[in-house]
Design a protein around this ligand. Structure first.
Ligand SMILES: [Zn+2]
Length: 418
């Protein structure tokens, strides 16, 4: 009986009632153009309005609390595995992250789980599908040995076995070495309708040397194949997100037409001053990045977690890059790239860096990142005819950004989410 009752509620919640109700949220402080404005807001059939509708199903008094748009994570590898479903979607929701982009996902997992997220009542997830790289390039080692069921401890001993194995090929990664590969493999890739395209560049200045060395996972696409891939992505109207390492990768990717960077250049630099030049971005290149309107996901957690020779130099390097980029008007986005974790750790890194104002942080977390993940949706603002998705905070985050951790209510398409 209880099961039947739950089932009826579920049907009502997911299909019938969702998005067909008018709710007033009164006495709210609403974030509009970087300031909190005291006013009432209405959710009408899931969309915002500032005009009171003729009929109201419910009125919720927010008692002067603060309303901001929800957060987004633009770099994860989560939510394409069934075992994560019992906890991760709820964890994202609890911290206020409504939009997630999986940059390199297992196609079999995406096919299974994508329908779960295609509902108003869940967080929204976009998937890049497989990562595009060259033979044995990154992310081969992030997938293949795990698919083989090998513990990290035995990878050295099993090196030759791993090198020959292709259990996860065309599921997690696709190898594109030649134009023939592009012609043969990319039509099938696009036919599965990825939301964005993820490409890998690793020290592309030395592509040929890296391609022929014995090391696995230390190469990406060659520049001609990158260009060919981007041309095809554009023909399908898809944005291209690039994994990069060096300043050379950064420049070449911009020139080739990449839209977003999945990491900041030098995120993996160890802080050794001797090699700093390989990762430093000149003003000229930065100006080009601004002109092309590329977005950068710095992945601060990853950058600080790398084995470091000099952590002070590394922190200086990260701050210098981000301050220059933001002062020139560059688009910075947030993404954690922390497997099996949600966004909160990366949010803390952004706060701790102490170079952004609360307003700048809210713009990154709540506007620019959601818009980059779902460019065709009206999200990221509390504005007339935008999706009625928001977080209610007890305290004012413009006074203390840590107030974003004090969420008292989460609303999606006008409905309160638990
Ligand atoms: Zn990643």
């Amino acid at each position: 009986m209880r099961l039947l009752f739950t089932y009826i509620i579920m049907i009502c919640y997911v299909s019938n009632c969702f998005g067909q109700k008018n709710t007033a949220f009164v006495n709210a402080n609403i974030l509009i153009e970087g300031k909190f404005v005291k006013k009432d807001v209405y959710a009408i059939n899931g969309m915002f309005s500032f005009n009171r509708p003729e009929t109201l199903d419910s009125i919720i008094d927010l008692k002067g609390q603060y309303i901001i748009p929800p957060f987004a994570d633009a770099h994860t590898h989560n939510l394409d595995r069934e075992w994560q479903m019992s906890f991760l979607p709820q964890n994202y929701l609890n911290e206020g992250t409504f939009y997630v982009l999986n940059l390199t996902s297992k196609l079999d997992g995406v096919k299974l789980l994508r329908p779960v997220f295609e509902k108003d009542s869940t967080i929204d997830v976009a998937f890049s599908h497989q990562g595009l790289t060259s033979t044995l390039g990154h992310p081969f080692m992030a997938y293949e040995p795990f698919k083989m069921g090998l513990d990290v401890k035995v990878w050295d001993d099993k090196e030759e076995e791993i090198r020959k194995s292709r259990l996860d090929e065309n599921n997690s990664y696709i190898f594109l070495d030649t134009k023939r590969d592009v012609e043969k493999k990319l039509p099938g890739f696009f036919a599965e309708n990825p939301d964005v395209v993820k490409v890998f560049l690793i020290d592309s200045e030395y592509y040929t040397e890296n391609y022929h060395n014995k090391k696995m996972g230390d190469n990406g696409l060659s520049l001609p194949i990158l260009k060919e891939t981007i041309k095809r992505a554009k023909a399908h109207n898809l944005d291209v997100f690039a994994h990069i390492e060096t300043a050379y990768d950064f420049l070449k990717a911009i020139e080739a037409g990449v839209n977003y960077f999945a990491h900041m250049p030098g995120y993996g630099w160890d802080g050794d001053i001797q090699s700093k030049k390989r990762y430093e971005i000149s003003d000229e290149v930065m100006d080009l990045a601004i002109k092309r309107d590329v977005g950068i996901i710095p992945t601060l957690g990853q950058a600080f977690n790398y084995p470091l020779k000099d952590s002070i130099q590394k922190e200086k390097f990260i701050k210098n890059f981000l301050i220059r980029f933001k002062n020139k008007g560059g688009r910075i986005l947030i993404g954690s790239d922390a497997f099996n974790k949600t966004l909160s750790g990366e949010i803390q890194h952004f706060i701790d860096l102490n170079i952004f104002t609360p307003n700048e942080l809210l713009k990154i977390f709540c506007h620019d990142t959601p818009k980059a993940i779902f460019p065709n949706r009206k999200i990221g603002k509390i504005e007339e005819f935008y999706e009625a998705n928001f977080l209610v905070l007890k305290e004012n985050p413009l006074e203390d950004i840590n107030a974003i951790k004090g969420i008292t209510m989460k609303v999606k398409k006008g409905y309160i989410m638990n």
